[in-house]
Write a protein that binds this ligand. Sequence first.
Ligand SMILES: [Zn+2]
Length: 217
Amino acid sequence: MKFCAMIGTERRIRRMDQIMIGKFIAACRKEKKMTQAQLAEKLGISDRAVSKWETGKCMPDASLMPELCEQLGISINDLFNGRRVTMENYKEAAEAAMLQLKENEEKKNRMMLDLEIGMGIPSVITFVVLLGVAAYADIPNVLKAVLLIVGAVQFFFYLYHALKIETEAGYYKCQNCGNTYVPEFKDVVMAMHSGRSRKMKCPACGEKCWHKKVIYK
Ligand SMILES: [Zn+2]
C-alpha cells in the first residue's frame, strides 16, 4: 500500500519534470527561431515527436539528446534540469540549502533548550511535593521511602536528560580564544556551572575558563 503510494508520487514528480523539460525545449527552440517542423527536420524525426516532448508527454530518446542539445545550444545537464544550469545557479542552490540547514539546526537547538527548562519545572515540583508528603503525611515509613525514591529517580532521570541536552544542543564558546565546540558529556556533568555557562577546559587553547552556551556556531 505504502509502496504503491510511493511509486505514484515518484511518477507524479517525473511527469512534472517532463512538463518542465518540455517547456524548456520549447523556449530554447523559439530562442533559436525554429518551428517544431524545422527542429524535427534537423533531427531527422517527425514534428509530432517534437510536439510530444514540448507538451511533456514523453522525453526525447537518449540517442537523440546530444544532437538535440547542440541544435538548442544547451548542455545535457541543462536539458535534464529543465533550465540553464550555470555556476551562479549552483552556488545559489547550495547557499539556499546551507542556510535552510543552519536555520533548522538553530530552531532544533532552541527547542531542545526550552524543553530542558519546560521539563525541569514539573520535575522539581514533583520532587518537592513528594518530599513534603514523605515528611509530613501520616503514612507508613515504607511508603515514605518509596515516595522519596520515586521523587529522586524521576529527578535524576530529568537531570540526565537535561545535561544531555546541555551537551548536544548548540555549542560552548571559549571566552579565551572564541572556539565553539560540542564538549564530552562527562565534561559537562563534572564542570562547575553558572546559568548556562560552564567552567571547562577548551579543546583548542587548553585554557580552563568560562564557556558560554551559544546557539550559533
Ligand atoms: Zn579556547
